[in-house]
Design a protein around this ligand. Structure first.
Ligand code: KIV
Ligand code: ZN
Length: 385
């Protein structure tokens, strides 16, 4: 079983979600929770982007003791200087230098030739290595970069001294097979590639960020990048909790694990949601309010007989208290009786039957039946105890 490192970018790519703006103290609070969760690297922000972000990166660098603290940086000296200024007190600092490599970005955004891009990234990495013990280089829009050129980019970045090479699917364009193939090709074709760590970074524009990240793990990457709750630019980034739980739940399939303390997942998700103001949809995998809730009678009956019938993860594993049996129009007698006894009512089969008919009528009118509704049903029939 090998270990895949988790690089969390909730505070950088996650904060790039439209409408999200975290204060320094909020970033520190999230960073400390991420440390409890056990992520290996925390990208705290983009130090050169604003005085506020500089301050946040510095504050996170001072507080975090276990994880590597990272700042994003364009491939320019002034950004690398700002990153070093913000990170120099970190126990384990890292700068994340990026430069776009795809033809679309080279032509329309950078207006640079292939050779100019190679020269620029070479100089930036060499400059960063003067200060930083660890330098990650990202070939932005690697997913739409010609594979031959991407191999040249990787070779040049390795020669310049990069420690980690990241190949983002910046616009969430690739399929899992295509994304995995990038890493397979790089390993086959780039001299010296075994000296560096390879990293995957996926966006969710086609809803495939987690699938692509898992495919990269199967192709042997050492590190994966993502955010809590999958927040991030546009449709977001790969959700770390989903990647981690896929590895844990299908351990023998992936033969890879993370160092995460899975029981901290629910708490981390709630904190990120509260401080970013980004609501987690009920049906979101792993951390949605309905991820461990069962409504239909057949499912509830199964769960009451044995949890494994309809749950592949125990809710406690990720820090939730227990599964919820939601009473609604699809619920059955078994769950109905179970709820009543949890409320302290000891009823005979006959009494349960009498009440069940009234319950079904009520459930046709209301989406969810609460404990108060059940108490009202009992009292309407037999009066207050
Ligand atoms: O998606 C991306 O390409 C990025 C880079 C800046 C690493 O977030
Ligand atoms: Zn990104």
């Amino acid at each position: 079983m090998r270990t895949v490192e988790i690089f969390d970018t909730t505070l950088r790519d996650g904060e790039q979600s439209p409408g999200v703006n975290l204060s320094t103290s909020e970033k520190v609070e999230i960073a400390l929770q991420l440390e409890k969760l056990g992520v290996n690297s925390i990208e705290a922000g983009f130090a050169a982007s604003s005085p506020g972000d500089f301050q946040s990166v510095r504050a996170v660098a001072k507080e975090v003791k276990q994880a590597t603290v990272v700042s994003l940086s364009r491939s320019v000296e002034k950004d690398i200087d700002a990153a070093w200024e913000a990170l120099k007190e970190a126990e384990s600092p890292c700068v994340h230098v990026f430069l776009a490599t795809s033809p679309i970005h080279r032509k329309h955004k950078l207006r640079m030739s292939k050779e100019e891009v190679l020269e620029n990234l070479d100089q930036a990495i060499r400059y960063a290595k003067r200060f930083f013990p660890k330098v990650e280089f990202s070939a932005e829009d690697a997913g739409r970069t010609e594979i031959d050129y991407l191999c040249q980019v990787a070779e040049r970045a390795i020669k310049a001294g990069a420690d980690v090479l990241n190949f983002p699917d910046t616009v969430g364009y690739l399929t899992p097979e295509e994304y995995a193939d990038i890493f397979i090709q790089l390993r086959r074709r780039v001299p010296g590639i075994e000296k560096v760590h390879l990293s995957a970074h996926c966006h969710n524009d086609l809803g495939m960020a987690v699938a692509n990240t898992l495919a990269a793990i199967q192709a042997g990457v050492d590190q994966v990048e993502g955010t809590i709750n999958g927040i991030g630019e546009r449709a977001g980034n790969a959700a770390i909790e989903e990647v981690a739980m896929a590895l844990k739940t299908r351990e023998s399939y992936y033969q890879a694990a993370t160092t995460l303390n899975h029981r901290e997942i629910a708490r981390t998700s709630r904190l990120v949601s509260k401080l970013t103001g980004m609501f987690v949809p009920g049906n979101k995998a792993i951390v949605g309010a309905n991820a461990f809730a069962h409504e239909s009678g057949i499912h509830q009956d199964g769960i009451l007989k044995h949890q494994s019938t309809y749950e592949i993860i125990r809710p406690e594993t990720v820090g939730f208290e227990k599964s919820r049996l939601v009473l609604g129009k699809h619920s059955g007698r078994h769950a109905f009786r179970d709820h009543l006894s949890a409320l302290g009512y000891r009823l005979t089969d006959e009494q349960v039957n009498q009440l069940f008919a009234r319950f079904k009528e009520m459930a046709d009118r209301k989406k969810e039946i609460t404990d108060q509704d059940l108490i009202a049903l009992v009292e309407e029939k037999w009066g207050e105890p």
